[in-house]
Design a protein around this ligand. Structure first.
Ligand code: A2P
Length: 401
């Protein structure tokens, strides 16, 4: 208790949790007033510049940005750059308790208001299970063992996409379909700092790649010069991997088997949808809800899981595999197929049981949005009203990069 602190001296400070932050830079790119900056170690918020607009909160993939402390003297940038973890909330005593509560309420209200301006705060599907998040951090990661690593694009294709299976052994690492995990590449960068954590969507169902085997799978594309992707794609069976997470509290599969799930993806964005499909196959194989997938790739040999996908029955998953670079054929993107199946989609969009999930290239987001608006226009639906409604009720989810 600090009897010298007067309630009027207290203020809220916006901070980033360095243990959870994966250093993706989204917050810095989003901040309209340049309050977020970084060095080689941490992302930090300048208390003199932050105007609490909350623009950075929703885009952050881990939630590390959504941290607040009530302070008398703001933590400086130098303080924050030196942190390995957030400091505890200081106790200002009973005299200041009402002020602390009021400030906390104000932060909550600002968050609500900010989200309402951007089409609604991301909300988990009503029937999704409650996710567990942020159990393992960069300073306290889980150790997994590689159980599998094989290529899931054709050998004659130009992209090397791999299916990686990680076992957690005796460690409890709960995940839900739609969540991600962080992989910590070993070693140091040239400047002596640790490598950044990279986030990957889980491609297996909650009960494991193999049922009840306490393992999970990832879909990883090797990218030229990419530290994490090359490290993961080169992993050998039996090697140990440092893992953080799990992450993600809204892009989650609805449990209700009567929900229709429209899944729109490109490339490795298909990972969560492999998880969704496997979950429904295991938990509710005769579900009344429809699952429909629009999956874009350059060609069949570049489409991850092309072979296994052929074996998934249409009764479980209605598949629209679309290709942009087939010789002698016009380019087709997922949004083109959405337009050409307008009637089918309009049927689904008219139902309150329908959820939309979009995952993959950022570039597809606008195109898909326009295509869905066109579908609605043709069938007396209003996308400009339907989309925010779906988002507010946890039925519209986007994860692009
Ligand atoms: P393309 O690159 O031929 O224009 P990738 O293999 O690079 O991960 O890409 C996956 C697929 O997404 C490719 O077919 C790619 O087409 C396609 N794509 C690229 N940009 C967009 C976009 N703006 N909207 C939808 N699909 C896109």
């Amino acid at each position: 208790m600090n009897a010298l602190v007067r309630p009027s001296e207290l203020k809220k400070q916006h901070l980033i949790d360095p243990e959870i932050c994966i250093r993706c830079g989204t917050c810095e790119a989003t901040c309209p007033v340049g309050a977020v900056s970084h060095d080689d170690v941490n992302y930090v918020v300048d208390a003199d510049k932050c105007e609490y607009c909350m623009d950075c909160i929703a885009p952050c993939p881990t939630g590390s940005i959504d941290n607040w402390r009530i302070v008398k003297v703001a933590y400086s940038l130098a303080d924050q750059l030196g942190w390995a973890e957030l400091p505890r909330q200081e106790d200002f005593g009973e005299a200041a308790a009402a002020a602390v509560e009021a400030i906390e309420g104000e932060v909550g209200a600002l968050l609500e208001r900010a989200h309402s301006g951007t089409g609604g705060k991301p909300v988990a599907p009503v029937t999704a299970s409650k996710p567990t998040v942020n159990i393992f951090t960069r300073t306290r990661p889980a150790t997994a063992t590689v159980q599998g690593n094989y290529r899931i694009t054709a050998q004659n294709g130009s992209s090397d996409v791999r299916h990686i299976v990680l076992s957690f052994g005796e460690t409890l690492f709960p995940v839900l379909e739609g969540q991600s995990i962080g992989i910590v590449p070993p070693g140091m960068r040239a400047d002596g700092r640790p490598h950044d954590v990279r986030l990957y969507s889980v491609a297996s169902a909650r009960d494991g790649e193999k049922r009840n085997a306490n393992n999970l799978s990832l879909t990883v594309k090797r990218s030229e010069g990419g530290v994490a992707s090359n490290y993961i794609c080169d992993l050998k069976i039996g090697e140990k991997v440092q893992v953080t997470g799990p992450f993600g509290a809204t892009f989650l599969m609805p449990n209700d088997p009567s929900t229709n799930i429209i899944m729109i993806c490109t490339g490795t964005g298909s990972a969560p949808f492999r998880a969704f499909t496997e979950r429904r196959r295991r938990a509710a194989p005769g579900a009344p809800g429809k699952m429909i997938m629009f999956f874009g790739a350059r060609a069949p040999e570049e489409l991850p899981y092309f072979g296994p996908l052929q074996k998934v029955p249409e009764s479980l998953l209605e598949k629209h595999l679309v290709y942009s670079r087939l010789p002698g054929r016009p380019k087709e993107y997922v949004q083109d197929r959405i337009r050409s199946r307008a009637g089918r989609l309009a049927d689904l969009l008219g139902s309150e049981q329908t959820h939309i999930f979009i995952c993959g290239l950022k570039g597809m987001e606008a195109g898909v949005d326009e295509a869905l608006a066109d579908v609605c226009r043709g069938y007396s639906l209003d996308w400009s009203r339907l989309k925010p409604q779906m988002r507010a009720t946890g039925r519209y989810h986007v994860e692009t990069y």
